[in-house]
Design a protein around this ligand. Structure first.
Ligand SMILES: *[C@@H]1O[C@H](CO)[C@@H](O)[C@H](O)[C@H]1NC(C)=O
Ligand SMILES: *[C@@H]1O[C@H](CO)[C@@H](O)[C@H](O)[C@H]1NC(C)=O
Length: 367
């Protein structure tokens, strides 16, 4: 076999880099920007939880995941340098994350999150980068959304899960950090609903989503330490009630639970604007919309405002979602439906006075 000199050099350098230790980032490294909810293993709960990395000289990235990772796999959304998110299925063990074309010099921002409302656990052991890669700080956006909801916010039934859902899309539009604490089937009231042992008025304050009940390795919940949210949310958006209605929670009781929930949120978020969605309802093929809790959301908002808290706003979503915008089999928004909801919310928020950030707070410098 004839091997030309450059080929030998290439082969040699390949051998050398295989021999020279790559860069291992411990899961305790403070330069990993964790977002969403992670337990102490550390492992993710809730769709959308994940991490961000800013790396100089990045060429390769491997995630080593531990035994608390969902089996057989967890779908993870990955975005490199703010390009669209794509799915990588990861498993316990070693996972090479495809990065595409990277800048020759300069930094690379990798954003990664679990997509699913179930099978959404990644248990990070460490991250291995190429030799010469240097982890540098990720600076979070000045804007940070927390969204609270159920299946209509968690991206259930979407190919890319929460990454295609209106909360995530809205966060991206504003170049904001975003956390989605949403549980399909869950009510706001703390009742058993569609297999969830708790409602959001309880589970929102926990590290784990309601899936904990179906695991053998972590069959319990722990309080969430809200000081771990960095940055703290600047804006909150809540869309909930479909499952309270489905479980026949009376309107007066729902209102009472909702008002108490907002008051409890205020102990964490004293001055953040809170946006309360009215339901868009369940669109039917004949063009009608199945509505629930008429006037309840108005009552919640006016009750809070009457108590002197004016930093709460009703978002009337009537007409936002029609039959064409949902999957016919389950009446949940489809991919274009979620994009339409996001566009509507973006209009509401910009009209209200919120402007998208001009650039991401961690820019990509292709030198
Ligand atoms: C991820 O796994 C699911 C389930 O097996 C599969 O349907 C999907 O095509 C996979 N996606 C990718 C990007 O590998
Ligand atoms: C989790 O614990 C509860 C009792 O607290 C039990 O009913 C349930 O079956 C357990 N789940 C699993 C998957 O072991």
């Amino acid at each position: 076999m004839v091997v030309s000199f450059p080929k030998i050099a290439l082969l040699a350098s390949g051998l050398v880099s295989a021999v020279i230790a790559s860069v291992t980032i411990a899961n305790t490294n403070p330069l990993i920007h964790f977002h969403g909810r992670w337990d102490s293993s550390p492992g993710t709960w809730w769709a959308g939880s994940g991490l961000k990395l800013n790396v100089l000289g990045l060429k390769s990235l491997t995630l080593n995941l531990g035994s608390h990772t969902s089996s057989p796999l967890a779908a993870v959304g990955v975005s490199v340098n703010y390009q669209p998110f794509f799915t990588v299925n990861v498993t316990q063990g070693s996972n090479v994350i495809p990065l595409g074309n990277l800048p020759k010099i300069g930094n690379t921002v990798v954003r990664l999150n679990v997509e699913g409302w179930q099978n959404n656990r990644i248990n990070l052991q460490n991250i291995v980068l190429n030799t010469g890669a240097l982890l540098i700080p990720y600076v979070p956006s000045k804007l940070a959304f927390t969204f609270i909801g159920d299946s209509l916010s968690a991206g259930q039934f979407l190919p890319l899960g929460v990454d295609q859902a209106w909360p995530f899309l809205t966060g991206e539009f504003f170049k904001a950090e975003h956390t989605v604490i949403a549980q399909p089937g869950a009510a706001l009231s703390d009742i058993v609903s569609y297999g969830n042992q708790h409602g959001l008025s309880y589970e929102f304050f926990r590290t784990e989503d309601d899936g904990y009940y179906y695991t053998t390795d972590h069959n319990y919940t722990t309080p969430w330490d809200f000081s771990r949210d960095h940055p703290q949310p600047t804006h909150l958006v809540i869309h909930i009630g479909a499952n309270d209605n489905a479980q026949a929670v009376p309107q007066a009781s729902f209102i009472q639970t909702y008002v108490a929930f907002i008051k409890r949120l205020r102990t964490l978020y004293p001055h953040q604007p809170i946006f309360v969605f009215t339901p868009w309802g369940w669109p039917n093929s004949d063009g009608s919309i199945g509505q629930y809790y008429p006037g309840a959301y108005q009552t919640v908002v006016s009750t809070i405002q009457a108590g002197g808290d004016k930093n709460i706003f009703l978002v009337d979503t009537t007409g936002w979602v029609t039959w064409a915008d949902v999957f016919p089999t389950n009446q949940h928004p489809n991919v274009p439906g979620h994009a339409k909801i996001a566009a509507n919310l973006e209009k509401v928020l910009t009209t209200w006075g919120l402007k998208p950030q001009r650039t991401w707070a961690t820019p990509v410098l292709d030198l």
